[in-house]
Design a protein around this ligand. Structure first.
Ligand code: PMP
Length: 319
């Protein structure tokens, strides 16, 4: 039975791992695909883990003090995670987000007491398709706010407490939930905190675990391939930049997914497995299905459902 937590922060992590046996057409041949459902955390995404850890590490080091404002650049999910943690801990929080991300995200942050600064997309920007250029504009705005208010900048793209959260929790949970029976790990990267931390923990237990990163088909920058289009629907990921926390030594292979593969798979996840995922969860599972064809003898492939389809009802994901 779940315990009584002192606050909702106790409910972050310890998420379920679910076998996608219906999606791959029964238990028959081929690897089993297990999905870690991160929408069970209070902010509804995988980013709650990193948000809480980055704040707690900053408190410990003294770089975040009582009464100080917290500022962060976000595609939405980190901002929601920080809004949850700041509400409980009593910090004022300002999120800076590109207007290209879905409206559910700023609405949720505001509901949780955050101030949200929306930054218009670069010229020619397409709503729902946030590029590295859009991110750079939001980054400039975040820098201005930090200077103006003497705020604490979380800096998820650089902060080592981001991957560390996944190393200590996401990776360890997968290892113990599977009883160490995991052959492959597959995850898409935004900051790459989820991939780097989880892969690091799994490989520390067993260096033979193969870890695959997922990228949008037009922007396979981590694979060292040409970026042909930065515009894709996989919000929160695939910014065509190499994040500072990226560690290629943990990556055994690169997979790409198109928008339509991600969308079709997210719809199948909903209608066949009852799992309401966002675009990036659809991308992760689409990549697992490709990997399963390539490695038919792999026993178990584990992936992440980073957030919920409820955050995309304003988009064309579930018409
Ligand atoms: N999926 C979604 C929906 C996200 O918001 C994010 C983070 N922005 C990710 C995946 C990727 O997570 P990470 O930053 O840990 O790579």
């Amino acid at each position: 039975m779940a315990p009584i937590f002192d606050s909702v922060l106790g409910a972050i992590g310890n998420t379920p791992l679910v076998a996608l046996d219906r999606l791959r057409g029964g238990k028959g041949d081929g690897p089993r695909i297990l999905a870690k459902l991160e929408f069970f955390s209070p902010g509804g995404s995988v980013k709650d883990r990193a948000a809480l850890n980055m704040l707690e590490e900053a408190e410990k080091s003294g770089s975040l003090r009582a009464g100080q404002m917290v500022v962060e650049l976000t595609s939405g999910n980190m901002g929601i995670g920080l809004a949850v943690a700041c509400a409980v801990k009593g910090y004022r929080f300002t999120a800076v987000m590109s207007e290209g991300n879905s409206s559910e995200r700023w609405r949720v942050m505001k509901a949780l007491g955050a101030k949200v600064v929306l930054v218009p997309q670069a010229s020619g920007g397409v709503p729902g398709k946030v590029t590295g250029e859009d991110l750079a504009l939001a980054e400039r705005k975040a820098g201005q706010l930090v200077r103006r208010y003497g705020a604490y900048r979380v800096d998820q793209f650089k902060n080592p407490a981001n991957p560390a959260a996944h190393r200590a929790s996401t990776g360890e949970e997968i290892w113990s939930q599977t009883g160490g029976r995991v052959d492959c790990f597959v995850a898409i990267a935004g900051t790459a905190g989820t991939f780097v931390g989880t892969a690091g923990a799994l490989k520390a237990h067993n260096p033979a675990v193969k870890c695959f990163v997922v990228e949008p088909a037009g922007a396979p920058i981590l694979a060292g391939r040409r970026v042909t289009s930065q515009k894709h629907k996989l919000q929160g990921t695939g910014y065509a930049l190499v994040p500072e926390v990226w560690d290629p030594s943990l990556c055994d292979g690169y997979l790409t997914v198109t928008d339509s593969e991600a969308v079709v798979t997210a719809r199948r996840l909903a209608s066949k497995e009852g799992i309401l995922s966002g675009f990036s969860g659809g991308a992760n599972v689409a990549a697992c299905l490709k990997l399963a064809k390539r490695l038919p003898k792999a026993g178990t492939i584990v992936t992440i459902i980073p957030d919920t389809g409820l955050k995309y009802l304003s988009t064309d994901l579930f018409p």
